[in-house]
Ligand binder design. Structure first.
Ligand code: KIV
Ligand code: ZN
Length: 513
């Protein structure tokens, strides 16, 4: 069966989404999971863009073994040199070079003639091939480029040594018919196209990223690029889990393989959502909370008679656990540890103890603990942050009546190790908490967005709070969970502040070294 390679760019194009700012520990955790998910290629970042990106790409390149690791680079020697330093430890070093080819990008952004663009692309590919066995070249804004110019430049970059050619629909402008026709045209007109991999990279501005990717496959693409949950610049990228499941469920029609471990989809999607703070819309295909919920009586009746009446995908296919978790408040440490291992977590004894204490507290208050609850509990402890002193919530107390202004009193362990208690009022309970916490942080904080959702089902479900704030103009997203949404909100606020502290501390260490 024909194989389609899945190129995951969650850590590069996905991380370019407004407000997302993952640190190295979180990127490593996502990369580990993407390897289990079965991505053929993981784009770990853009090494020349910042010391943080360089560090993350280097560590991921050294860690990941069964997926190829790549990094993005502009068509310039300094980017290629930096990328080589980051990627040389990889099993199979791969570089992703890009250069714009559309008239509007060449004229206004690059201010270069088409001839100069061809020359720069060829030089960059030749230079990159001195180091990298695998070089992907992307024609940025390819879908709005002149197809004959594309043929001309691709002929030359293949001769220069490119091993993959990618044609992005950078601004999500194409329609499936147009994008498919462009792939067909390139297949028929580029010399040596059969010697390289042809790749599609679609953005979702018009909601057609997945359809465009499938149209490219139907017209000869060997590789599809996208992100988990479709996160990315503006409206995002093609959602890889949707493409993988579509090709699987309609194998009768497409006759294609992706090599994706479908039962890792749920876990991968949850992890990306948890660490990026980007909430998944409930009706999102494949991974939305309601993707397998049957509400209407007629549908439920049909499901009881024969599930296939209304169910084309089972939750089990994507690794969703439907049977109750055999863990509760009487479970012992041993069973808890076994569960962590079977869920793929490798926690130190200290972290496992911490998680177990938290689990016992939760089990006392919550009737049924779900695997989703455990997943959050374990993930939080699996990630090893650098040893940076941070803020820790000790307690939060609220005074609230419908007729009075709410007041919050919060005790926090501050980075110098002291416990500080402060109080402030606000027009609502959450505002009172945020105003109180702001007194502790000697910086200007603005709340950009704030959301609370439930992790699992039922009235005693854990609440997850996501706070998107800016500290002195720097955007940071924080998230945390607790059974009480006000406690979750306070913890999420501090998490955003801590993430900024960690990021600035890492940057400081890097500039000192
Ligand atoms: O959308 C795009 O054009 C890109 C390139 C850098 C490949 O992300
Ligand atoms: Zn892109």
């Amino acid at each position: 069966m024909r194989k389609i390679d899945i190129f995951d760019t969650t850590l590069r194009d996905g991380e370019q989404s407004a407000g997302i700012n993952l640190n190295t520990a979180e990127k490593l955790e996502i990369a580990r999971q993407l390897e289990k998910f079965g991505a053929s290629i993981i784009e770990a970042g853009f090494p020349a863009s910042s010391p943080g990106d360089f560090e993350a790409v280097q560590q991921i390149a050294n860690l990941v073994k069964s997926s190829t690791v790549t990094g993005l680079a502009r068509a310039m020697k300094s980017d290629i040199d930096t990328s080589w330093n980051a990627l040389k430890g990889a099993e199979e070093p791969h570089l992703h070079l890009f250069l714009a080819t559309s008239p509007i990008h060449m004229q206004y952004k690059l201010q270069k003639s088409p001839e100069q663009v061809v020359e720069i692309a060829v030089e960059a590919v030749k230079y990159a091939r001195k180091f990298f066995p695998l070089v992907q070249w992307s024609a940025e804004d390819g879908s709005r480029s002149d197809p004959d110019f594309l043929v001309r430049i691709i002929n030359q970059v293949i001769q220069a040594g490119a091993t993959t050619i990618n044609i992005p629909d950078t601004v999500g402008y194409s329609t499936p018919q147009e994008y498919g026709a462009l792939f067909k045209y390139l297949k028929e007109n580029v010399t040596g196209i059969e010697r390289v991999k042809l790749s599609a990279h679609c953005h979702d501005d018009l909601g057609m990223a997945v359809s465009n990717s499938i149209a490219a496959i139907e017209n000869g693409a060997d590789q599809i690029e996208g992100t988990i949950n479709g996160i990315g610049e503006r409206a995002g990228n093609a959602a890889l889990e949707e493409i993988a499941v579509a090709l699987h469920i309609r194998k009768d029609f497409y006759h294609l393989e992706t090599g994706i471990n479908l039962n890792e989809i749920k876990r991968t999607s949850q992890l990306v959502s948890q660490l990026t703070g980007v909430v998944i819309q409930p009706n999102k295909a494949i991974v939305g909370k309601n993707a397998f919920a049957h509400e209407s009586g007629i549908h439920q009746d049909g499901m009881l008679k024969n599930r296939q009446t209304y169910e084309i995908i089972t939750p089990e296919l994507i690794g969703e656990k439907t049977e109750p978790l055999a863990l509760g408040k009487h479970s012992g440490r041993h069973a808890f540890k076994d569960r962590a291992i079977s869920m793929g977590f490798a926690l130190t004894e200290e972290k496992l103890n911490e998680a177990f204490i938290e689990f016992k507290k939760l089990a006392d208050r919550k009737k049924e603990i779900s695997e989703d609850d455990l997943f959050v509990l374990f993930t939080e402890r699996q990630i090893e942050y650098k040893d940076v002193p941070i803020y820790k919530l000790e307690s939060v107390q609220l005074q609230y009546t419908t007729d009075n202004t709410p007041t919050a009193t919060v005790s926090v362990l501050v980075p110098n190790g002291h416990s500080v208690t402060v109080s402030a009022a606000g027009s609502g309970s959450v505002e009172a908490i945020f105003n109180t916490l702001e007194l502790l942080v000697n910086d200007e904080v603005h709340i950009r967005d704030y959301r609370v959702t439930s992790i699992s089902k039922g009235r005693d479900a854990l609440g997850e709070a996501v706070v998107n704030l800016s500290i002195n103009g720097q955007v940071s997203i924080g998230r945390d969970v607790a059974q009480d949404v006000l406690e979750a909100s306070a913890k999420a606020y501090l998490n955003a502040i801590n993430r900024q502290l960690i990021a600035s501390r890492v940057g400081l260490q890097e500039s000192v070294n």
